[in-house]
Design a protein around this ligand. Structure first.
Ligand SMILES: [Mn+2]
Length: 317
C-alpha cells in the first residue's frame, strides 16, 4: 500500500504536512508544486488500497480526480480552508474542511492532532498571513516575543519560496523544502541549525532589494504602477513586494506588472487597504483577468493594452 501526500507548496501546505508526518511518521510519495499550482490530485497515480492526504488545495479545483480516486478504491483524507463547493460523501473520504477567514490548513491539522505539533502550526499560520490567529495559537506555549518573531519570519520565508511561475523559479522546490524541514520537530532547531533558513532569508533580501530598485512608472497619492522585468527574482517576489507596498501606503492602489518572456505582462492589482474593493471589476475588463475585491490580477496583458490598463487603473481607484 502506498501513501501519497499532496500539498500546496506554500508555508501553510508544507507546515500542515510537517505536523501530520511528525505525528504519523511514514515514507510517502510527495506531490506538490508552486503556490498557485493547486490542480495537484490529477497527478496522483494511486491504485485500490492506496491512501491519499490532500492538504491546502481547493476541493472544488480537484473534484474530478478526487471522485476518480475514490471510485478506484483509494481512501482520501482532505484538510483545506478554500472554497470547496459541494462536498462529496463517500465511506473512504475523510473531510476536514472549514472556510473561516482566519484559519488555515495548518490550524485544521492542529485541531486534528490536538495541538501535538503546535509550533509548526504557528509557523504555517504566520505564512498564510493570519498573524492574530498565529499569536493566539502560540499563547499556551508561552514563547518569548523574540521566538515568536523568528517563527513568523520562517513562515513568511517558506511562503515566499512558493511564489514563481514554475518550480524552476524557486530557490528550493517545495518537495525538497519539505524533506529538509522534516527532521525538525522544533522549528527553532531548523532556524538555528539548517543552512536552508539562511538561503531563504538571503534570497528574500536580495529579491526585495532588486524590486525596490525598480522606479514606479506612475506614483501619485492614490496610485502606484510598478513594472518588473522578465526575471526569476521578479516572478518570486512580485506578490510579496505588492503586499509590502500596500502595507506602507494603505491609501494607495497598487498595480504590479511583471514582464513575460514572450511579451506582455502578468499583472497583480491590490486595492487600497483602506478601501479594499474594485480590483476584481478592474481586472475583469481584460480578457485574462479575475480575482477578489481586494486583490485581483490579469494573467496575460498584451503590450498593446498597457496604456489602456493604466488608464482604467487610474479611473478605478
Ligand atoms: Mn492556506
Amino acid at each position: 500500500m502506498a501513501i501519497f501526500d499532496v500539498f500546496n507548496g506554500d508555508a501553510d501546505g508544507i507546515c500542515a504536512l510537517q505536523q501530520l508526518r511528525l505525528s504519523e511518521p511514514a515514507d510517502t510519495v510527495l506531490v506538490t508544486g508552486v503556490k498557485r499550482d493547486i490542480s495537484l490530485l490529477k497527478r496522483v497515480d494511486a491504485a485500490a488500497g492506496d491512501h491519499v492526504n490532500a492538504l491546502d488545495i481547493s476541493l472544488d479545483k480537484n473534484r474530478e480526480p478526487l471522485l476518480e480516486l475514490l471510485e478506484r478504491g483509494v481512501s482520501v483524507r482532505y484538510f483545506d480552508h478554500h472554497y470547496p463547493g459541494e462536498i462529496p460523501e463517500h465511506p473512504q473520504f475523510d473531510v476536514h474542511i472549514e472556510t473561516l477567514p482566519d484559519k488555515g490548513t495548518s490550524l485544521l491539522v492542529d485541531d486534528f492532532l490536538d495541538g501535538a505539533q503546535r509550533l509548526w502550526a504557528v509557523v504555517g499560520t504566520y505564512g498564510d498571513n493570519f498573524d492574530d490567529s498565529a499569536r493566539r495559537a502560540a499563547e499556551p506555549l508561552q514563547l518569548s516575543d523574540d521566538v515568536l518573531a523568528q517563527l513568523r519570519e520562517l513562515g513568511i520565508l517558506i511562503n515566499y519560496n512558493g511564489y514563481g511561475a514554475a518550480v524552476a523559479d524557486l530557490h528550493v522546490p517545495p518537495d525538497e523544502l519539505f524533506r529538509r524541514i522534516s527532521p525538525y520537530a522544533d522549528p527553532m532547531d531548523f532556524i538555528r541549525g539548517d543552512d536552508t533558513f539562511k538561503l531563504l532569508r538571503d534570497g528574500y533580501t536580495e529579491d526585495m532589494t532588486n524590486a525596490r530598485a525598480a522606479r514606479p512608472e506612475l506614483e501619485t497619492e492614490r496610485h502606484s504602477v510598478v513594472i518588473l522585468p522578465a526575471e526569476k527574482w521578479a516572478r518570486r517576489v512580485s506578490g510579496v513586494y505588492a503586499n509590502d507596498l500596500a502595507q506602507a501606503a494603505p491609501g494607495r492602489a497598487h498595480a504590479m506588472l511583471t514582464r513575460l518572456d514572450d511579451g506582455g505582462f502578468v499583472v497583480s492589482v491590490r486595492a487600497p487597504l483602506e478601501r479594499p474593493e474594485g480590483a476584481d471589476a478592474l481586472c475583469r475588463q481584460f480578457a485574462t483577468g479575475g480575482g477578489r475585491k481586494a486583490a485581483a490580477g490579469i494573467n496575460n496583458l498584451p503590450d498593446a493594452e498597457l496604456d489602456n490598463f493604466v488608464k482604467a487603473f487610474s479611473e478605478a481607484f
